[in-house]
Write a protein that binds this ligand. Structure first.
Ligand code: C5P
Length: 221
């Protein structure tokens, strides 16, 4: 096999969590560490790709040779992706994007009141990967699915519903892998097939997944 199967290829990834502001000092977020996305960015660069990494707030160093764009909210991530997606050959959505954001951001810090309850209204964020996959002349688009059961059923449903070319699913009900862990295992689905990538460190797993992405991309382009 070629040593640099992604030479001349522009590849964009999203990684990490998003932060959805409530007021000047508070936000809604999740436990995504960004490790898988950053490992994938490094693996893609090692395979010769020109990599742009759109990252939510994470405590990770930028991999060598990777162009990084830092964002906070899902809306900012959406804008950064859409601004640069036109020139990309491959898009990999690894970010744990918040599904909803507070409908309004209070200009001043929200004060505690005498009431024991506080209601926060949320509105749906744009689905970045689905929007990319629906673009005319869309890049080869890869998504992720974190499932707790019926992994193949839900992953294949997401693959077709979002119009993806490939989806990498992990069973987050299993201990010692996935969110915030250093290890992960993935089952990868595409319309005509599937592959099992067994439990490994995220660096090694990222190399396997990126090699598979390069193989499937080069088969169809
Ligand atoms: O529907 P669900 O959130 O489970 O889909 C996960 C996949 O969709 C991941 O690839 C994630 O990066 C992407 N996604 C996105 N924008 C959203 C929500 C999810 O790109 N608003």
């Amino acid at each position: 096999p070629k040593m640099q199967p992604l030479a001349g290829i522009k590849l964009m990834l999203t990684a990490g969590p998003t932060r959805e502001p409530l007021d000047p000092v508070r936000f809604l977020s999740n436990h995504s560490s960004g490790k898988m996305g950053f490992a994938l960015a490094a693996a893609a660069a090692a395979l010769g790709a020109e990599v742009t990494l759109v990252s939510g707030p994470v405590a990770l160093a930028t991999p060598a040779g990777v162009t990084r764009i830092d964002v906070e909210s899902a809306r900012q991530m959406h804008q950064a992706v859409m601004r640069h997606i036109g020139s990309q050959h491959i898009f990999v959505a690894c970010a744990a994007v918040a599904d909803y954001a507070p409908r309004t951001v209070a200009e001043q810090k929200i004060k505690k009141t005498d009431s024991d309850t506080l209601v926060i209204e949320l509105t749906k964020n744009p689905d970045i990967v689905a929007e990319v996959a629906a673009l005319p002349g869309k890049p080869f688009t890869v998504g992720f699915a974190a499932e707790t059961r019926d992994v193949e059923k839900y992953a294949r449903d997401k693959l077709s519903r979002k119009g993806l070319d490939m989806i990498a699913a992990n069973d987050v009900s299993l201990a010692g892998q996935g969110f915030n862990s250093d290890d992960n295992a993935l089952t990868v689905f595409w319309p005509a097939g599937r592959a099992e990538l067994p439990l490994a460190g995220k660096t090694e797993l990222a190399r396997h997944l990126m090699t598979l992405i390069a193989e499937k991309y080069n088969e169809t382009h």
